[in-house]
Design a protein around this ligand. Structure first.
Ligand SMILES: [Zn+2]
Length: 95
């Protein structure tokens, strides 16, 4: 969980569900896992979570609601692109 994720919503890759952090109380050395509200999968690691920055002037609740409608195929992180390019693509899909 880097600071870069601050101000981001989190989506489950290839699922599209919203992810929340859950304290990993049973796993020494691990601070938090992701838990997908959409499919219920837990123990998600950062590689399975797609962060999307909430654009300036956008309300986080509304952005989350719209993000729920973009479809599972759209929720992916392109490792070939950098952070900004990924953000641009994902934000466009949600907009
Ligand atoms: Zn999911």
């Amino acid at each position: 969980m880097s600071n870069r994720w601050d101000g981001c919503i989190k989506l489950h890759e290839n699922c599209g569900g919203l992810v929340r952090w859950v304290e990993a109380v049973h796993t020494p050395g691990v601070g938090y896992f992701g838990e997908c509200i959409g499919c219920g999968e837990s123990d998600l690691v950062v590689e399975e979570i797609v962060p999307v920055e909430v654009p300036d002037g956008e309300r986080i609740a509304e952005f989350k609601e719209r993000a729920g409608g973009i479809g599972r195929d759209a929720v992916s992180w392109d490792d070939e692109s950098d952070w900004d390019a990924n953000q641009e693509r994902l934000q466009e899909q949600i907009a």
